[in-house]
Design a binder for this molecule. Structure first.
Ligand code: SF4
Length: 842
């Protein structure tokens, strides 16, 4: 866990708390291998990432390995750390990254590269692998960008290509053995190359000619010319998410994710994941259901996301979806499928999805015209799209999101206009499909050519070209009354530079970081100007990285083997020009991409004759029984101590809702589109305040027996720091007009004058302060809000503060800041504890 003394000074301290429910316990065995798993983005993004969680649970299932997590600090937290001289640590035990044996950093996307530098910097590690010394951790990269890691290759001692599940176990075993045998750092790094899929960047050196053109990749004679990606033959052995981490703070994908399949062989020619995650490996229905059962019971999530590159293509979806819906709809657990391909969801399956809650409906035609969709091998027609939209609208969805790209190879302005035409036809489908307002949102991104795809040689649009096409699209759409959202072309531009970049960009990344570049995928922080001035200083022409390449040219990633034959990519490039369709090898025979050996690696499709859902499993659709209008009310009192006091009120509500689900209780739910449990909380506690006496009112659908036992049961499923002290039946509403007693430990001793300032307050008739709110300042009399106030020297203050639902309240530190005439921030290092409350008697 992060040092708590840092938490009062940062925004969203929940990002740095750790202590999530089901985080790995700290092992006490000697001679452990300590592996920090780092996601180079903010907590809310990193905690949403399935891959890191899988590796976390896998590694922690090994007796002699302790895996812990770390995410990138936000700029404000980085500044506080720098000011305090604090080192970046793991969330679980607060171990400095610099004292781990291995630091594994995910490479999820190209715009996270400066975050890697923030992490290395705050960990006290040199940026360049070549500058690290004995005793410092081995830094390993892996993830989607490992297929061209060259812009950051020199930051890593080793990089893993491909599936990580088996490889991390091999790496852990090797490092543990060599470390135990007394091997040195370099010896261990060299030995890592013997593990399939591990690339050691220092063994390969790019050669440039005098004009700066890459002419080759040099390597020692004893080193293989190419490093081949690691491929997992089946997902069946990967069932480690039965006890998923449950975040305390709000994250982007706050749900139980189940990977139903890996790989997609639809063959979209722009899609890097479609090439680098081949072949398709589907999980069995039984395992999916078992993971859902255990995952929901153990986490309390109210949503299951079925994950894969194209979940609609999962061959057993017609079987697994009704099974999951029948099992979970009564518990108000919704099923979502974030990546659906047009044409893969029939009306029967859509009917199932809407049974609990209509999650978002996104369709990705990618290109507006039939011609361009054929060129990219999308394999969907306008009719497919419109009929999917019609079904969605007629089943009650009122918003459809359409996603397109601009700048695909061969695009003309006619293709841009076709985006607007298709969007308009989709909106018309809404008008004929039902009553009420139906909307279509269009999102557009600039195409970024990616390595290991048939379009890896093609040019990317410049920023100006992107803007010109977006402007045209916006004008056409506005005339048709349609809304357009688009991804910032400047961010796509920088993504394009790094996607096909080489090692010369490392110094650019460092220079931009030194100029303040941070969190470049976040529009709030992104500033292309920093990059352009860094590029000028490094004499790097960013535009050159967007140019088309000749198929005979040396590419910076050509020593990295994703498993796809270059001949296949060239063939597909020709097919794109001729708009020839390449069918899916799952159902239409091998298309000779070169990946499978058909011994251990081959497509694994569970149901090759995918059938529509069996009506017997679908009828009648299970409806949720109408809940009773009122239930049994219980007042639950609990304490909130330790670091979890830094959670915000809304974050705490989510934590409690989930714990109540984990305890197996049956709260009543509100009515409406998004029902929520009928739980009312007492007045919100200020962030950072401990409490021994928080309370909430729960409406349960029947009586709870043995309330002391129930209190223990709920405590056991709460994250550390929350504990139930009593449950008792209650009549009426949750008390809102109350007097709360606080014990405040100030961060300094009070002198006589300060003590008088506090004690004189109770003698005063009124104490008017100017309270600042977002847009104005208003007078507030603090005196009637305080029932009692006293000082216990040298630094303890006892306060009784009045809260009324109809009037403004006052926080203990706010009160003391006004009395002492100081900034509230100077008091935040102190400790505030709510010790009791009583109903307000007027
Ligand atoms: S080798 Fe053949 S079967 Fe295997 S992924 Fe490639 S095209 Fe599909």
């Amino acid at each position: 866990m992060t040092d708590p003394s840092f938490l009062p000074f940062v925004t969203r301290p929940g990002r740095y708390l750790g202590c999530e429910y089901q985080s790995a316990p700290i092992k006490t065995t000697a001679d452990l291998l300590h592996w920090a798993l780092v996601f180079p983005d903010l907590y809310e993004i990193g905690m949403s990432h399935q891959g890191l969680q899988i590796l976390y649970h896998l590694l922690n299932s090994c007796d002699r390995v302790q895996a812990e997590r770390c995410y990138c600090p936000a700029p404000d937290a980085e500044a506080v750390m720098r000011e305090q001289g604090a080192a970046l640590t793991t969330l679980e035990s607060g171990r400095p990254l610099s004292s781990c044996d291995l630091v594994g950093i995910t490479l999820p996307h190209e715009l996270c590269y400066t975050n890697i530098l923030t992490i290395l910097d705050r960990a006290g590690l040199p940026f360049l692998a070549a500058e690290r010394v004995e005793g410092q951790p081995i830094v390993i990269g892996g993830g989607p960008c490992a297929f061209n890691p060259e812009p950051v290759a020199e930051l890593f001692d080793a990089i893993l290509l491909g599936d990580g599940e088996e490889a991390v176990i091999d790496i852990a075993a090797l490092v543990l053995n060599l470390k135990t045998a007394g091997a040195g750092r370099s010896e261990i790094i060299e030995a890592l190359a013997d593990i399939d899929g591990v690339y050691l960047p220092h063994r390969y050196r790019p050669i440039y000619d005098e004009s700066g053109r890459l002419t080759g990749i040099e390597h020692r004679p004893d080193v293989p010319a190419r490093v081949r990606r690691r491929i997992l033959a089946t997902l069946d052995g990967i069932d480690h998410l039965i006890k998923p981490l449950v975040p305390n703070a709000k994250i982007v994908h706050d749900r139980l994710g189940i990977e139903v399949a890996r790989g997609c062989t639809r063959g979209c020619r722009f899609c890097q994941a479609g090439m680098t995650y081949r072949p398709v490996r589907e999980r069995s229905v039984e395992q999916i259901c078992a993971l859902a059962e255990a995952g929901i019971t153990n986490s309390g999530f109210d949503e299951i996301a079925l994950l894969s590159l194209s979940t609609g293509d999962y061959s057993c979806l017609p079987e697994v979806l009704p099974r999951l819906m029948n099992r979970f709809s009564g518990e108000r657990v919704s099923i979502s499928m974030p990546s659906m391909r047009v044409g893969t969801l029939g009306p029967e399956l859509m009917e199932q999805i809407k049974r609990v809650r209509k999650t978002g409906f996104t369709l990705a035609p990618e290109a507006g015209s039939e011609r361009l969709r054929q060129a990219i091998n999308k394999g969907i027609s306008e009719d497919d799209l419109l009929s999917a939209a019609e079904h969605a609208f007629s089943l009650g969805w009122n918003l459809i999101k359409l996603y397109f790209m601009i700048g695909l190879p061969g695009e003309t302005m006619t293709d841009i206009d076709a985006i607007a035409e298709l969007a308009q036809k989709t909106a018309l489908a809404g008008k004929v499909s039902g009553r009420g307002r139906r909307r279509v949102n269009v999102s557009v991104g600039t195409f970024v050519p990616k390595p290991h795809t048939p379009f890896q040689w093609d040019a990317q649009l410049t920023i100006e070209q992107s803007r010109e096409r977006l402007e045209r699209l916006r004008a056409v759409m506005a005339r048709r009354g349609l809304n357009l959202k688009y991804h910032d072309p400047q961010q796509s531009y920088l993504e394009g530079v790094f996607a096909r970049g080489d090692r010369r960009l490392t110094r650019l990344i460092i220079a931009a970081w030194q100029r303040g570049a941070r969190l470049d995928s976040w529009s709030d922080w992104f500033d292309l100007g920093r990059w352009q001035s860094a590029a000028d200083d490094c004499a790097i022409d960013l535009n050159a990285y967007l140019h088309a390449r000749d198929p005979g040219e040396t590419l910076p990633w050509q020593h990295l083997d994703a498993g796809i034959d270059i001949d296949f990519l060239l063939r597909e490039r020709d097919n794109a020009e001729q708009q020839l369709y390449t069918p899916d090898c799952r159902y239409h025979g091998c298309q000779q991409c070169g990946l499978c050996d058909f011994k251990t690696i081959q497509p694994l499709v569970r149901n090759r004759r995918r059938l529509p859902p069996d009506p017997a499993t679908l009828q009648p659709p299970a409806t949720i029984a109408a809940p009773p209008e009122s239930g049994c009310k219980y007042l639950i009192t609990y304490s909130r101590t330790g670091p979890i006091r830094f959670l915000g009120h809304l974050e705490l509500l989510q934590v409690i809702f989930r714990a109540i689900r984990r305890a197996g209780w049956r709260p009543l739910y509100s009515h409406g589109f998004n029902p929520s449990p009928k739980i009312s909380f007492g007045p919100a506690l200020p962030v950072g305040t401990e409490s021994l006496c928080e309370f909430l009112l729960l409406e349960h659908d029947g009586p709870l027996t043995d309330l002391a036992d129930q209190a223990d049961r709920l405590s056991r499923v709460l994250p550390p720091g929350l504990e139930v002290s009593s449950i008792r039946p209650h009549h009426g509403k949750v008390p809102q007009d109350i007097v709360c007693s606080y014990e405040i430990q100030l961060p300094f001793d009070l002198d006589d004058a300060q003590t008088r300032l506090i004690t004189n307050f109770t003698q005063a008739e009124s104490f008017i302060v100017q309270r600042r709110r977002k847009n104005n300042t208003a007078p507030l009399d603090l005196r009637p809000l305080v029932d009692a106030l006293s000082v216990t020297p040298p630094r303890t203050v006892l306060a009784e503060i009045v809260y009324q639902s109809s009037r403004p309240g006052c926080k203990p530190l706010e009160l003391l800041a006004h009395l002492l005439g100081c900034d509230q921030a100077t008091l935040t290092a102190g400790m505030v504890r709510k010790t009791s409350w009583r109903p307000l008697t007027v």
